[in-house]
Ligand binder design. Structure first.
Ligand code: C5P
Length: 253
């Protein structure tokens, strides 16, 4: 059987042409990278976990009316998505200071922010995805004023949804990154959440112990990344619990 046409290979995913026009297949790899790919490893099962988790979050967003690219999961590593034109921005929402915000502004990690803060980075690996202002975005035509209003609204809705979902399982949503894409209905254009939402792109801390359950485990050598992601998946009921009693398997479809 002919192999699907590869559209793009990124650090953690491969995109293939989908079976219908306007669709793509997103394949989740086990590769982990950090610091703009200066640190690399292969983490057995990471792709499966991120595929399942991203499916769970995107389906939840669909349920509450936040448009996104997810159509259906095809298998353990692949999902069918709407194809879209990615806006060249990484949209970061922060509830607590951490990571580059702490370094940049000298705020202790874990400090609660007075309100969610949204930041934009220009998506360009060769430049290390630099932080940009709305002035840059408008001046260079990466997104219009209307796009920026829609992006802000999407980002804050995703934040409320993800914060609530995580709170319910004892996890604090410190920050996360999303990407958005344009889809066209005739002349009409709208923005949807694209790419993935997973522990690769969020900071997730256990509320009781502060244990990190996200990619910082890999970035900072804090132990097993797959254990951390499995913990998130188990708490959300996304993966079957590692139980030997096969009484009530969790069916994921
Ligand atoms: O590194 P920084 O503190 O700016 O990251 C903020 C949030 O955005 C973190 O949750 C991180 O995982 C995510 N992020 C990402 N991809 C990037 C940069 C940041 O998923 N290229």
């Amino acid at each position: 059987m002919a192999r699907r046409n590869k559209i793009y290979e990124g650090k953690a995913k491969i995109l293939y042409e989908g079976p219908e026009p306007g669709t793509i297949v997103q394949y989740f790899k086990d590769d982990a990278t950090a610091f703009n790919a200066e640190k690399k490893d292969v983490i057995d099962g990471k792709g499966v976990l991120n595929n399942m988790l991203s499916e769970y979050f995107m389906k939840g967003l669909t349920q509450i009316g936040v448009p996104n690219h997810f159509i259906k999961r095809l298998n353990m590593r692949e999902q069918l998505c709407k194809s879209c034109e990615i806006v060249p921005l990484e949209i970061i929402v922060r509830n607590y200071a951490a990571g580059t915000m702490s370094t940049r502004l000298g705020i202790d990690e874990g400090t609660q922010l007075p309100r969610p803060i949204v930041e934009y980075c220009y998506k360009d690996d060769s430049l290390g995805d630099p932080l940009v202002s709305e002035e840059h975005i408008a001046a260079f035509g990466w997104a219009s004023q209307q796009d920026m209003e829609d992006i802000l609204s999407l980002a804050l809705r995703v934040n409320d949804f993800m914060s609530g979902v995580m709170f319910a399982v004892g996890i604090k949503l410190v920050d996360f990154k999303i990407e958005v894409g344009r889809v066209y209905d005739g002349d009409f254009q709208r923005l949807i959440v694209a790419d993935e939402i997973s522990p690769d792109s969020c900071r997730l801390w256990d509320m009781e112990t502060g244990r990190k359950l996200d990619k910082d485990v890999f970035r900072r050598d804090l132990g097993s990344l797959s254990d951390a992601y499995t913990e998130v998946a188990n708490r959300l009921g996304v993966m079957p619990k590692t139980s030997t009693t096969p009484t009530k398997p969790t069916l994921v479809n």
